[in-house]
Ligand binder design. Structure first.
Ligand code: GLY
Length: 404
């Protein structure tokens, strides 16, 4: 591995964006002996600050996403070893909990939808057990009497994304990754090759390879030729953080989720007493306002599932931006522009896909090709992009958002 000072001149790899996807890419690249730098004004920030951290390959399965399911399952399977390695490398706890998930239904329509999901899960060979309402309440006594049935999925776990980001930052630092705590303003291209980036403070960083991992901002980095610009857009998610005081513990023992009148709601209980309630899904561009309507919707739906929630202190409300691609799946690895790779577009699965993304990008950066499990997610699947209107970024462009 080259020394830090060498990194300041011309690292092998420059990662634009220091959310969890950028950080895992940098960590894995540095472990492979590549001198690596990250450009981000606030590394460890981005959408991971907002994400609930569900590792929900099975309960978040959607029709038409079976290819993505393969990648999600591959990443879920790697999580225990990934967490053990990261915690050893960083000396920090990530809040990983193999606690399982219960997806429940409140009325006849919800139950029919959940039955459909169960059938899809079984056709896909996934482990998921149908429970009656009474069986659901036996597992989770705080559930409302109205719960009509549910799916028990013991393989869908959780992690604390903020602690994950902090651990990745520490592991990167220990592996020799250099951090430039400045926004990357534009990609530089010389001839037919990406050569690095110009930072907001005017510095030009040259690198052997550049990885664009700036979450929803990836779709509009100036300097990226139009035909390789990733087709990624922001999808807003609002979430709430509550605290379970000691006498209530354990309020819930696992993640509980449901579709209430068409809206997804989930409650993720952490070991430290935090309870995350999420999330809205809103196509509102770069808006990250927390709205009364968003908070009302989440509390109303969560209260229908778990009425006792209204007794808990509400400690934080916030909104983040999921980077969404046209097929809801990430864009990984080499682009048509030599020297430029992508690690973006993770949409709802950024936290879940962190281990497999790190491995895929490390392979792509060292060999020039993606490993077999990631090949379906090459950016080349979208072909050349139309030359019409580029994504308009928020005026300050200061946040390097990452996937939720
Ligand atoms: N994966 C949860 C969410 O995107 O809200």
């Amino acid at each position: 591995m080259q020394s830090s000072s060498a990194c300041h001149t011309a690292p092998d790899v420059l990662v634009v964006g220091g959310g969890i996807i950028g950080l895992v890419t940098a960590w894995r690249a540095a472990q492979r002996g590549l001198s690596t730098a990250v450009a981000d004004p606030d590394p460890g920030g981005g959408a991971a600050r907002v994400a609930a951290g569900m590792l929900a390959a099975v309960t978040e399965l959607h029709y038409g996403e079976q290819t993505l399911l393969g990648l999600n399952l591959a990443s879920a399977a790697r999580y225990p070893a990934f967490v053990a390695e990261l915690e050893a490398a960083s000396g920090l706890d990530t809040g990983y909990r193999a606690c399982g998930t219960l997806a429940v239904a409140l009325d006849t329509d919800d139950r029919a939808e959940l039955r459909d999901l169960h059938a899809l899960q079984r056709r896909s060979g996934l482990a998921s057990e149908w429970l009656t309402g009474r069986e659901c309440r036996r597992l989770e006594p705080m559930l409302a009497p109205a719960v009509r049935g549910g799916l028990r999925v013991d393989g869908d776990h959780q992690i604390d994304p903020r602690r994950l980001a902090t651990a990745l930052l520490a592991a990167c630092a220990r592996a020799g990754v250099v951090f430039h705590r400045v926004r990357a303003d534009r990609l530089t291209v010389a001839g037919d090759r990406a050569t690095g980036a110009v930072l907001a403070d005017g510095r030009a960083l040259t690198a052997g390879q550049t990885v664009l991992a700036a979450g929803s901002l990836s779709g509009g980095l100036p300097g990226v030729p139009q035909e390789v610009l990733p087709p990624v857009r922001p999808v807003k998610g609002q979430i709430l953080r509550l605290t379970v005081p000691r006498p209530y513990a354990p309020f819930l023992s696992r993640t509980v989720r449901a579709v209430v009148r068409g809206s997804h709601v989930y409650l993720v209980p952490r070991e430290n007493g935090e309870l995350i309630v999420g999330a809205t899904s809103e196509e509102l561009g770069w808006d990250t306002t927390v709205t009364a309507g968003g908070v009302y919707q989440l509390l109303r739906d969560a209260h229908e599932l778990v009425p006792g929630i209204t007794e808990l202190p509400l400690t934080e409300t916030l909104a983040g931006l999921r980077p969404c691609s046209p097929d809801n799946a990430p864009l990984l690895g080499p682009t048509a522009l030599p020297g430029l790779q992508l690690a973006t577009g993770h949409y709802r699965n950024g936290v879940l896909l962190t281990p497999v993304t790190g491995d895929a990008l490390a392979t792509a950066l060292t060999t020039g090709a993606l490993p077999a499990e990631a090949r379906a997610f090459s950016p080349l699947r979208f072909g050349a992009r139309p030359t019409a209107s580029p994504t308009v970024l928020p005026s300050d462009s200061v946040r390097q958002e990452q996937s939720a």
